[in-house]
Design a protein around this ligand. Structure first.
Ligand SMILES: Cc1cc2nc3c(=O)[nH]c(=O)nc-3n(C[C@H](O)[C@H](O)[C@H](O)COP(=O)(O)OP(=O)(O)OC[C@H]3O[C@@H](n4cnc5c(N)ncnc54)[C@H](O)[C@@H]3O)c2cc1C
Ligand SMILES: NC(=O)c1ccc[n+]([C@@H]2O[C@H](COP(=O)([O-])OP(=O)(O)OC[C@H]3O[C@@H](n4cnc5c(N)ncnc54)[C@H](OP(=O)(O)O)[C@@H]3O)[C@@H](O)[C@H]2O)c1
Length: 511
């Protein structure tokens, strides 16, 4: 770090972050502050902590429910390997305005530290209930939410689900596994493996971001040779903030007539001699790409290989594999071989945590997640916002400004009845988005880009004139006193009209 401190780019980056923190961080409430409306936040990962800090910073009370113990603060980042780090640039991972990244690509430890400091800065310690898994949330007659059927937590005006997409590690059973004489680990439990890896042959099963990260791990641990066994092709894009942001700028959130341009550029300038590893059956705007610049170099150097094909089973000394050529689909014809290895790393992903604690009607087709209003609000429930846990594939980032924007849209709905969408309007927005994306190769909400997400927000604010006064607040967290004073006047007017209507009714009756 000492050397980095004098790097002018890093200094400029830190100055910009300080400025953003000063301008956009909501003030932490004083301990004596009386917070209005209560919000239940489920999950104390980066999303839950950020959303909770935004809520208390804007005068709303929260209770954070976390299934894990205190050591799980930080969610998935508290559970992965010490060698894990951010693949995208941290500029795109500013999950809260006061976050101060020291480097462009922070480590797992720096990420957990930043989550913890936001948690402490906004006094969320006393508002977090660790070891409480939320199994059910339901509404009472006044539409207030009760968590786990227990009144001991009180009632809530809204629910933020922030349960992430990476739950328990997925370890599929593969035939013959018992006879394998080497070691088998999941990609998220490599901390203990390092000393055993040096000089060994390692096979990695899976071809996603964890496989790439495991390859980085084995390379740093000086494994003899690493072989990645991937059953489907995924796009890899360079670890370059400009390239990644340019790709996220496709506002249509789907393949377009011009998608061949970035694909061609990637094949020619990035994949080069390894272009046969690039997918031929899917465009770049269909699935989350992997962000990594080293993996192809390691293959070129010969310290790693990347084989496409199907796992047939384990043998005593390795994995039986059907290697397929480019374009041949999974299960198709190929060349059978045994990949000999001492260690197998299962980079086979994680189970997705379930949103089944929400009311059943949130999952009624054709409006089940991710096909919700703005992808996060189940139709009919403007007081439920499921941030970062409904998406399937995207080009963009999970830890950025949108957590604040989603949270503030929820707060706007809570305090200003005229801004709330009805169930019909929520359905209409979902249907409209489906219509605009009817030519997309994936279902409309199964893939999106960050610019598309920003477009959704702008549309959501512009379409309803009662939301205009909230625009600065929704997008930047600024200037809420003006819309609040309007809402107070509207409330007074509404009360006056109600009183007058009651008076007229009484007069009519007495006649
Ligand atoms: C190794 C690794 C590297 C990654 N790198 C990147 C990257 O470079 N860029 C990027 O954008 N994303 C990356 N990701 C994705 C990552 O998941 C997100 O960036 C982000 O950390 C998700 O945060 P979250 O708070 O939404 O979810 P999580 O961190 O998963 O936190 C969810 C929390 O909710 C709790 N919970 C779940 N269900 C319940 C329940 N019913 N009741 C109570 N609590 C519950 C869980 O215990 C957990 O603590 C990476 C993921 C991994 C595994
Ligand atoms: N630093 C980073 O950016 C980073 C690092 C790690 C993880 N992550 C994020 O964490 C999430 C999970 O990533 P992940 O890579 O762990 O999981 P993933 O994206 O779900 O990928 C799992 C891989 O394992 C394969 N697979 C699954 N079961 C298999 C089986 N039985 N036999 C053979 N192959 C099998 C899958 O193939 P199919 O695709 O054919 O199913 C896929 O290639 C993603 O959101 C990812 O972006 C990010």
């Amino acid at each position: 770090m000492a050397n980095n401190t004098w790097n002018p780019v890093l200094l400029a980056y830190q100055f910009i972050q300080l400025l953003l923190a000063k301008l956009l961080s909501p003030d932490a409430p004083p301990p004596s502050a009386k917070l209005k409306k209560r919000i239940a936040i489920i999950g104390a990962g980066l999303t839950g902590v950020s959303s909770a800090a935004h809520c208390v910073g804007h005068g709303f009370d929260v209770v954070l429910f976390e299934a894990g113990e205190r050591s799980q603060l930080g969610g998935i980042w508290a559970r992965v390997n010490n060698t894990s780090g951010l693949q995208i640039h941290s500029l795109m991972y500013r999950f809260f305005p006061s976050v101060q990244w020291k480097t462009g690509y922070p480590s797992r430890e720096e990420i957990v530290d930043n989550i913890t400091s936001v948690w402490k800065e906004y006094s969320l310690e006393e508002k977090t209930r660790f070891g409480v898994k939320v199994e059910k949330v339901c509404q009472d007659d006044e539409e207030r939410w009760i968590v786990n059927d227990e009144c001991k937590y009180g009632k809530f005006d809204a629910v933020v689900a922030a349960i992430g997409t990476c739950g328990d590690p997925k370890m599929p059973h593969i035939s013959g596994q018992e006879m394998f004489q080497g070691e088998i680990y999941h990609s998220s439990e490599l901390d203990s493996v390092e000393e055993f890896t040096k000089g060994k042959r390692v096979a990695i099963i899976g071809g996603g971001a964890s496989a790439v990260e495991a390859l980085e791990f084995t390379s740093a641990a000086q494994a003899g040779k690493t072989i990645v066994l991937s059953r489907s092709d995924k796009w890899i894009i360079p670890r370059n903030a400009v390239v990644d942001m340019l790709l996220a700028m496709n506002i249509f959130g789907q393949e377009t007539l011009l998608s061949w341009i970035p694909e061609k550029l990637l094949r020619v300038l990035f994949y080069r001699d390894l272009a046969d590893l690039a997918p031929t059956n899917k465009g770049i705007f269909t699935e989350t790409p992997m962000v990594n610049s080293d993996v192809l170099d390691k293959i070129r150097e010969g310290s790693a290989s990347w084989l496409r094909g199907d796992i047939l089973g384990f043998s005593r000394n390795g994995i039986r594999f059907n290697q397929r050529a480019q374009g041949v689909p999974p299960g198709g014809p190929g060349k059978e071989l045994t990949v000999e290895c001492d260690i197998v790393i299962m980079a086979t992903g994680f189970y997705r945590p379930k949103l089944s604690f929400l009311p059943d009607d949130c999952f009624e087709e054709p409006y089940s997640p991710p096909s919700w209003y703005l992808q996060t609000f189940p139709p009919g429930y403007m007081s439920v916002c499921a941030i970062n846990c409904t998406y399937v594939n995207a080009i963009g980032t999970v830890g950025s400004y949108h957590i604040g924007i989603y949270t503030r849209i929820l707060l706007m709905f809570l305090v200003d009845p005229l801004t709330r969408p009805t169930q019909q309007l929520m359905h209409a927005w979902i249907d409209m988005t489906r219509f605009f994306k009817y030519r997309a190769p994936t279902p409309a909400f199964d893939f999106f880009t960050y610019s598309e997400l920003l477009f959704w927000y702008v549309f959501c604010v512009v379409i309803n004139p009662f939301r205009w006064k909230w625009a600065l607040f929704v997008f930047f967290g600024l200037g809420k006193s003006l819309p609040l004073s309007f809402v107070e006047q509207e409330d007074r007017l509404r009360e006056k009209l109600n009183r007058e209507a009651e008076q007229v009714e009484r007069n009519d009756k007495s006649k």
